[in-house]
Design a binder for this molecule. Structure first.
Ligand SMILES: Nc1ncnc2c1ncn2[C@@H]1O[C@H](COP(=O)(O)OP(=O)(O)OP(=O)(O)O)[C@@H](O)[C@H]1O
Length: 327
């Protein structure tokens, strides 16, 4: 298996700040690697190291070369902050950046791919934030790169646009493009990535497939029962053998399989305890993130004992099943 990206003992200091602290990472040809971590963890710095836009200690290789020696035609980069000329239209911008390469994808095809066919002739400065981000994604794709770096590509893009860009990225991945993706959207990273790395304080503290990370760090499945009688309900469930914890307006029952839900409901019925609704969910990458970063959040029914506002609140709840309870 050939490695498209390799970082060996990469360290980056900004004065007293250690942005990267001995990072070792390799990404195989055609792999989609998701990089997650809190604000300031070092994600952008690692992208900058791998794209040769910042000097680091240690070794960095992109397709067996130092990043600054790689054929620019083969690499695409969407930086976290990117401001193209604002008095050009979306079409002119894609044309302009395409002209910087020996060969470029068709402008109309790119515009359509990123969902801008109808606003192609609007000035960049008159587009919404999300539409501007779509232009920037289009620019990153214009040279049909073999290796694509995307630093928070879908920030500011609405949910439908985000999903359509995920499809674009999945198509690129299916075609063999190597993608390094950073994002605060755990749903995005879980859906797109073959493997995920979590950076914390400049160190890569966990690497694995989403399933591996969830199995190792995500905790068990969970049933959340919304009820004002949470103390009594927790007692009734505990008596029935469940690991139940009372929160102010809910009971959280850990490690419940779907077939046990009926027994939990029966235990509440037997104690004549009403509930509003119940929600069962499996752990997700968000739980892994919360577990490994240890960030805290106050809230009834949160999947983890910890949570963080850094995590995208649009995270998918595909695995959640909600059922109205009796009154
Ligand atoms: N040019 C710079 N000068 C000084 N410090 C910097 C510079 N760039 C980054 N840093 C610091 O390096 C650390 C890592 O920053 P980096 O931008 O890589 O984090 P990040 O994980 O991408 O964060 P975010 O999720 O907020 O984008 C932070 O402490 C940041 O303040």
């Amino acid at each position: 298996m050939h490695e498209a990206l390799v970082a060996t003992d990469v360290t980056k200091r900004y004065g007293e700040t250690v942005a990267l602290d001995g990072v070792d990472l390799s990404v195989a040809d055609g792999e989609v690697f998701g990089l997650i971590g809190p604000n300031g963890a070092g994600k952008t710095t690692l992208v900058r190291a791998l794209t040769g836009t910042t000097a680091v200690d240690g070794e960095v290789r992109v397709q067996d070369r130092h990043p600054t020696d790689v054929d620019a035609d083969r690499v695409g980069l969407l930086p976290q902050s990117f401001s193209p000329p604002t008095r050009l239209t979306a079409r002119e911008l894609i044309d302009y950046y395409g002209g910087l390469y020996e060969t470029a994808r068709d402008t109309d095809e790119i515009l359509s791919t990123v969902g801008l066919a109808e606003t192609a002739d609007s000035w960049y400065e008159t587009l919404s934030g999300g539409q501007q981000r779509r232009v920037c994604v289009g620019i990153a794709l214009v040279n049909d790169p073999d290796v694509l770096f995307l630093d928070e590509p879908t920030t500011g893009i609405d949910p439908a646009g985000r999903r359509s860009l995920w499809s674009v990225l999945e198509t690129l991945a299916d075609g063999g493009t190597t993608i390094l993706l950073t994002s605060h959207s755990m749903a995005e990273v879980q859906r797109l990535s073959d493997r995920v790395g979590l950076l914390r304080d400049g160190q890569l503290v966990a690497v694995g497939t989403p399933d591996e990370l969830i199995a190792d760090h995500g905790g068990g499945s969970r049933l959340v029962i919304d009820t004002d009688a949470s103390e009594a309900a927790a007692d009734a469930l505990a008596d029935a053998g469940f690991a139940a914890t009372a929160e102010p307006t809910a009971v959280v029952v850990d490690n419940v399989s779907p077939v046990d839900i009926g027994d939990a409901v029966d235990a509440l019925s037997a104690a004549d305890l009403p509930y509003e609704s119940l929600t069962w969910s499996e752990p997700t990458l968000e739980d892994v993130y919360l577990q490994l970063t240890g960030e805290s959040f106050e809230g009834a029914g949160s999947r983890s004992a910890t949570a963080t506002p850094a995590v995208d609140s649009t995270a998918e709840t595909d695995t959640a099943a909600t059922q109205e309870g009796r009154q």
